[in-house]
Design a protein around this ligand. Structure first.
Ligand code: GUN
Ligand code: ZN
Length: 459
């Protein structure tokens, strides 16, 4: 090849041509015209899994026009979706009937998570789970495993084989749960430490210290989690907060010396820039302010919050100009009812409506991409098509069903406002049927209608 080839031994450069949408700024604060980047005929130049160039085809054609190209006509190409809160062991008990949070945990979740003591079982579910993520266009996720270290091993091994950027951790829980799921403050510390040493920053993998929530962790265990964050300052902290009113009341009883729910985590040193709190439906004004001050993130999980009857998260408060909090979307499967971040954004819109708030399609898609990357401190490598970032992206079909095709007679949007309308219909009506292809590090790993490759280590 010519000078356009990569250095010897590397895969040659290649390009993707089509319509692209990504975000270069936050549309909750900047005008949409300045934050959404739409290129109706664009070119993405890929070099060994990274983005080498990106822009209008007309501008890049002279330099890269001769490279092998995949053309996606009448499709929309976006950065891969980022799910900021999900439980892989709960894949099999999605859609469990009839209960709210605390009873639902006892009745459905805990018995299911016990199965993840068996590593072979965990391996099998990890593959199913990752297939689900990719077929829904999700390329990165912040993931709860189960309390058993082997459940983390199984997950990271599966993610590593697929070269995915995934963040996960062993659940820490030492009280108010069945004995078969409880560790101790000390064992959770030791097991977590060993897992961090083995997996954190191995390739694209990252570790999250994962106390389940304040109800199932003693103060001593929360403090041990805080010690780990001091010892390993670049690992994440991932937990639940203020999801359900009965939960909030119980935390008050369990931590009488704390000012509130967040304070129980704060006093243990768990509130920082790499901390991600799922839900936050019942946070106080002071707690929102503290999260803003500490640059922590909230995972907004609307399908879960509606399914468990938890309440209506205030996105406007989190995204306030005075005390902005980083927010990503979380499916929270298995309390969440879909792996699709499109469906999650759909429900987010309806939650906003019930609160007399608005959520535009660009705001929703920002949360699912660059917003999620920022919530997970991954914006230097993921979230949009900036040159140098990792090439995880998806190809969307806005006419994926007969009704969607009727709603959108012309596939390619002619203007940003036209695109806003079409992507709104995508958010309302789309799901895994709208995901045509998913790329990881510039390689296609999922194509709608085609069987996924056999990733499982043992047949
Ligand atoms: N709070 C503590 N554990 C869980 C869980 O597994 N799911 C949800 N939605 N909330 C929790
Ligand atoms: Zn959860």
């Amino acid at each position: 090849m010519t000078s356009q080839s990569s250095q010897s031994g590397q895969p040659p450069l290649k390009t993707i041509r089509g319509s692209f949408l990504d975000f270069v700024d936050d549309p909750f604060y900047a005008p949409e015209a300045d934050s959404a980047r739409y290129i109706a005929d664009g070119l993405l130049v890929l070099d060994g899994g990274k983005i080498k160039a990106f822009g209008a085809y007309a501008d890049l054609q002279s330099e890269y026009g001769d490279l092998p190209t995949t053309v996606y006509a009448e499709r929309l190409i976006m950065p891969g979706f980022i799910d900021t809160h999900i439980h892989y062991p709960q894949t099999e008990m999605i859609a469990a009937y009839g209960e709210q949070l605390l009873e639902w945990l006892d009745q459905y979740v805990f018995p299911t998570e016990e199965k993840f003591q068996d590593e072979a079982y965990a391996q099998k579910v990890a593959e199913i789970f990752l297939d689900q993520l990719l077929s829904n266009g999700t390329t990165t996720a912040l993931v709860f495993a189960a309390v058993f270290p082997q459940s983390v091993e199984a997950f990271f091994e599966a993610a590593e084989r697929r070269q995915l950027c995934m963040i996960a951790g062993k659940v820490m829980m030492d009280r108010n749960a069945p004995d078969y799921l409880c560790d101790t403050a000390e064992s959770s510390y030791q097991e977590t430490k060993a897992l961090i040493q083995k997996w954190h920053k191995k390739g694209r993998l990252r570790y999250a210290v994962t106390p389940r929530f304040a109800i199932t962790s003693s103060n001593e265990q929360l403090r041990k989690a805080g010690e780990l964050l001091k010892e390993f300052p670049d690992v994440y902290m991932h937990t639940h907060i203020s999801e359900n009113v009965n939960e909030v009341a119980w935390v008050k009883e369990l931590f009488p010396d704390c000012e509130g729910y967040l304070d129980a985590y704060d006093q243990a040193g768990l509130v920082g820039e790499r901390s991600v709190f799922a839900h936050g439906v019942h946070l106080t004004d002071a707690e929102f302010q503290r999260l803003s001050e500490m640059k922590s993130a909230i995972a907004f999980c609307p399908t879960s919050n509606l399914f468990l009857g938890s309440g209506l998260f205030s996105l406007d408060q989190a995204k306030s100009a005075a005390h902005p909090v980083k927010v990503g979307l979380g499916t929270d499967v298995g309390a969440g009812t879909s792996f699709s971040l499109l469906q999650t954004a759909n429900e987010a819109y309806k939650v906003a409506q019930l609160r007399q708030q608005k959520l535009s399609s660009f705001q929703a898609l920002f949360l699912a991409t660059l917003g999620g990357a920022r919530a997970l401190c991954l914006e230097d490598t993921l979230g949009n098509f900036e040159v140098g970032k990792e090439a995880d992206f998806i190809v969307l079909d806005l006419r994926a069903t007969p009704l969607m095709a009727f709603r959108n007679p012309a596939a390619v949007a002619s203007s940003l406002s036209d695109l806003a309308d079409r992507t709104f219909s995508l958010v309302m009506m789309g799901d895994d049927r709208a995901i045509q292809s998913t790329y990881i590090l510039g390689e296609i790993v999922y194509q709608k209608g085609k069987a996924s490759p056999p990733y499982t280590a043992t047949a």
